[in-house]
Design a protein around this ligand. Structure first.
Ligand SMILES: C[S@@+](CC[C@H](N)C(=O)[O-])C[C@H]1O[C@@H](n2cnc3c(N)ncnc32)[C@H](O)[C@@H]1O
Length: 185
């Protein structure tokens, strides 16, 4: 019998420490929105990828993942877990890939280049394709104020700016490095 998705995500335990507490959220939001097209920027170990793919298995949607590295170990593990049917991996840098992008997106998850310039470019490119009431999720968006004051953490700085925009709803879950959920109104 298949393991329940929540059990699978829990089993990553300490290995996924920097994102573990958000994996249920990524899975549940995708399921709740019945997301059919999800774009992920940044795969590395494939933890967020697993959460989205477990949801895509249930919604019948497709996860498109972009990374500048081949993410061979993540791909192998996802294959062993039987999750690659709903996965399309694109090797390349996000601006390069997004310049050619054409599909409407239900959810875009940004966890790639964390510099202010990099994450801003990712946000600007992908937000054009996210549908009305669709979501843009950003990991690593929360840091203690003393770090933010030193000008570190591009994601945190971008999120501070996005909070001022009336066309967006912005909520940050302030734990496990932060997950910001942005809804296009
Ligand atoms: C923090 S890791 C992603 C972790 C992953 N979301 C997880 O849950 O395991 C960041 C990844 O983004 C990739 N990356 C960095 N800049 C990028 C860019 N401009 N375009 C695509 N991928 C990028 C890196 O190669 C790295 O694999």
């Amino acid at each position: 019998m298949d393991r329940h998705p929540i059990e699978t995500l829990t089993s990553f335990g300490k290995r996924a420490r920097d994102i573990q507490d958000h994996l249920f959220t990524l899975y549940s939001i995708s399921l709740g929105m019945k997301a059919k097209t999800v774009l992920e920027i940044g795969v590395r170990n494939g933890y967020s990828t697993t959460a989205f793919l477990l949801a895509m298995k249930e919604t019948g949607g497709t996860l498109w993942s972009v990374d500048i590295g081949p993410c061979v170990r993540a791909a192998k593990r996802l294959d062993e877990m039987g999750l690659t049917k709903h996965w399309k991996f694109i090797l390349g840098s996000s601006p390069q890939v997004l310049r050619k992008w054409k599909r409407t997106i239900d959810i875009c998850f940004i966890d790639g280049d964390h510099s202010l310039a990099g994450v801003t470019a990712d946000f600007n490119y992908c937000s054009r394709f996210v549908r009305k009431h669709g979501l843009i999720l950003m990991h690593d968006s929360y840091c203690p104020s003393n770090v933010a004051e030193r000008g570190a953490f591009g994601v945190h700085l971008l999120v501070s700016d996005l909070r001022t925009r009336r066309e967006l709803e912005v909520v940050t879950l302030p734990y496990c490095n932060g997950l910001t959920i942005i809804r296009k109104l």
